[in-house]
Design a protein around this ligand. Structure first.
Ligand code: HSE
Length: 285
């Protein structure tokens, strides 16, 4: 038996929706589990740094899901085709965990519903906002692992990912530097901007440049990567809708349909990807 998990990259936060908003992107990793194979192999992003001894996130999540539900999962070899850049704020860890949980669910015929897959994946990965978009696709708002809403964003939205080629940010570090307590004015500003960002994503993309403003995490994170800060400031100064994707350093911007976002030049990869309406899928073969 061969099953392939197709799972999308995700941009968490969308600026002010810190730890709640997620957007699925049409940039997918594929992990094939084959009962006639052994071992773990990778191609694409992160090939040289991902473990092949079974300690990778897909293998661990698969095994842990089988253990939690006491499921009989056949022994499989795994082959991953990775398209999501690693440690760039695009949810590569959540994608790996969601792939592992979904494969265990299918191989072990556990019968998990998508909200169950999200609950297990969010528990293992620690970031429900990425996991929700990876499980459900589209634009997701997650308040607790089991309270999730999924929406179809405005079809005219054109995401542009600006991925620094060298800079990386560890999510752990990017959370550690954030203050535990925030000023009331900042909390109020984020609540308003988050509400407006959701409306803009669904119905009024023209509002995004002014809606997608954050006062809780982006400044601190951009301070970790000054070269990214200057590109961020230049885009925003030109009226572009831009935010830090997840914990960074990738920037997520939106083309407004008139002037395309300029390529920042050396040191950046520019990926124009659609929004993916479906979350993780398990395909036979
Ligand atoms: N919401 C999380 C953060 C996402 O920004 O830290 C991590 O991928």
């Amino acid at each position: 038996m061969r099953l392939t998990a197709l799972v999308p990259a995700t941009a968490a936060n969308l600026g002010p929706g810190f730890d709640c908003f997620g957007l699925a992107l049409d940039l997918c990793n594929e992990v094939t589990a084959d009962t006639d194979a052994t071992g773990v192999t990778w191609e694409g992003e992160g090939t040289d740094e991902l473990p092949t001894d079974g300690s990778d996130l897909v293998s661990r999540s698969l095994a842990e899901t089988a253990r939690r539900f006491d499921a009989q999962v056949p022994s499989v070899g795994l082959h991953g085709v990775n398209r999501i850049p690693v440690e760039r704020g695009l949810g590569s860890s959540a994608a790996a965990v969601v792939a592992g949980v979904a494969l265990a669910n299918a191989l072990g015929e556990i019968g998990l519903e998508p909200t169950d897959v999200l609950e297990v994946a969010a528990d293992l990965d620690g970031h429900p906002d990425n996991a929700a978009a990876a499980v459900f696709g589209g634009f997701t708002v997650v308040l607790r692992e089991r309270l999730v809403a999924r929406f179809d964003p405005d079809p005219t939205l054109r995401p542009v990912l600006l991925v620094p080629t060298d800079a990386r940010v560890s999510t752990e570090e990017a959370r550690r530097i954030l203050p535990a307590i925030v000023a009331r004015a900042d909390a109020i500003a984020n609540a308003g901007h988050a509400a407006l960002t959701a409306l803009a994503l669904l119905h009024e993309p023209g509002l995004l440049p002014s809606a997608m403003r954050d006062r809780l995490h982006e400044d601190a994170r951009l301070a970790l990567v000054p070269e990214v800060r200057s590109t961020f400031d230049a885009l925003r100064g030109n009226g572009v809708a831009v935010c830090v994707s997840g914990s960074g350093p990738t920037l997520l911007a939106f083309d407004d349909g008139h002037a395309p976002i300029p390529d920042p030049g050396d040191g950046w990869r520019v990926l124009r990807v659609g929004i993916r309406s479906t979350g993780v899928e398990i395909l036979a073969g």
